[in-house]
Write a new protein. Structure first.
Length: 116
């Protein structure tokens, strides 16, 4: 089970730190990812991080503005988002992956709304 938190209302240019805590005892064995879905749009990839934290991928929209990190002893993954834009407004989901492509386990999402 994945529990995401940290969403809220933020002004354009501001920052937000999302967190996701897993109840899975083998958390450190999984790739973790953040995805988002804006109203009327498909869900899209934001960032992923390997089990060790050494390999990270970002969507072009997140590069330079976001940082994904994980704390394996705490079963937690974070997404630090800076210089937020109104187009970043979306429901943000964390997911646990068995690889870089397959994410069978999803959290409930946390809403980020960026006002202009």
């Amino acid at each position: 089970q994945l529990q995401a938190s940290g969403g809220g209302l933020v002004q354009a240019g501001g920052s937000r730190r999302l967190s996701c805590t897993a109840s899975e005892r083998t958390f450190s064995s999984y790739v973790m990812g953040w995805f988002r879905q804006a109203p009327g749009a498909d869900r899209e990839f934001v960032a992923t991080i390997s089990w060790s934290g050494q390999t990270i991928y970002y969507a072009d929209s997140a590069k330079g503005r976001s940082t994904i990190s994980r704390d394996n002893p705490k079963n937690t993954v974070h997404l630090q988002m800076n210089i937020l834009k109104p187009e970043d407004t979306a429901l943000y989901y964390c997911a646990m992956g068995t690889g870089w492509v397959t994410f069978p386990y999803w959290g409930q999402g946390t809403q980020v709304t960026v006002s202009s």
